[in-house]
Design a protein around this ligand. Sequence first.
Ligand SMILES: NC(=O)c1ccc[n+]([C@@H]2O[C@H](COP(=O)([O-])OP(=O)(O)OC[C@H]3O[C@@H](n4cnc5c(N)ncnc54)[C@H](OP(=O)(O)O)[C@@H]3O)[C@@H](O)[C@H]2O)c1
Length: 320
Amino acid sequence: MEYTQLGETGLTVSVAGLGCGGGSRLGMNRGLSTAESVALVRTAMDLGVNYLDTAAVYGTEGIVGEAIESVPRDEIFVATKATIRKGMELLPVEDVLASLDNSLRTLGTDYVDVFQFHAVPPALYDRIREEYAPALLREKEKGKLRHLGLTETPPNDPAGEMLIKASRDPVWEVIMLGFHMMHQVARRNCFPGTMENGIGTVLMFVVRSIFSIPGRLEETMASLAAEGKVPDWLAEGEGPLDFLIHEGGAESVIDAAYRYARHEPGTDVILFGTGVEEHLRTNLASILKPPLPAEDVAKLNELFNHLEGVGLDLPEKRTG
Ligand SMILES: NC(=O)c1ccc[n+]([C@@H]2O[C@H](COP(=O)([O-])OP(=O)(O)OC[C@H]3O[C@@H](n4cnc5c(N)ncnc54)[C@H](OP(=O)(O)O)[C@@H]3O)[C@@H](O)[C@H]2O)c1
């Protein structure tokens, strides 16, 4: 495993972090037992993963709590999140504080390393910053959390507007954001700010459905070509991104996706979510590989840098 600094938090984190939500929820969505999901987390930890990303809403905090019982608490970093809204209505701040307390109970720990406001849309950002962040900073003084952060909601904010403000405000020690080969918005509106302000970055949506569900990439390319947003040749035939797969290049589109994100300047932790041990192992291997060849990165940037909101679907249940 390789380790890096998470912004200026002082946390030395694995470059690969285990996502405990998404379409897999540690395999819960495909019917894994609690014991099997706990074993999956432990396998990740045995392979050097020390950053676990969960949330109150995922229903996986209990699994994470059970898995981390086997390691000294200061050797693992647990990030969780509280739901802040119902639709576009903010929940009372008391609910967010209660969510933190409940997360601590469910995780069986006295503190979380990173606490985040979950899925903050642009319209609610200012109130979260002005009214809710101070309340959580008081909880930080009590020792319930070590670092405060927030996550964006890419499906509701495809242009990443919230990130423009958040990445310039050092009150946030960690920001979780969506970034992938065909959604490169953060290069413009997030990484410059996070790098300047020492804010740690945790990436989600690096693979998600567009690169993992067969046929999804072809469908997406067909729509984008019809709208004139990508060249027609990308919509002709199967495997539009297979030009990335060659000797000295990527082994698969998923391998390319992880390597592309991992080596983007400004990224600290790449999250991957899975309920399948084989995926866990191959994803870790990809995240630890060298960058894609420079010509391939340049081609991805030239083809897709202008796109916004591609491949930002809500989680889909995995079966089989
Ligand atoms: N707003 C937010 O705060 C927010 C939103 C979304 C996600 N997240 C966090 O980010 C983490 C990452 O989630 P994500 O939705 O970005 O994507 P993801 O869960 O990492 O990946 C999407 C899907 O790809 C499949 N997959 C993974 N590796 C694969 C492989 N090697 N081959 C084939 N299929 C593979 C997984 O299903 P299998 O089980 O079949 O492997 C998974 O369900 C989540 O777990 C969560 O912790 C946060």
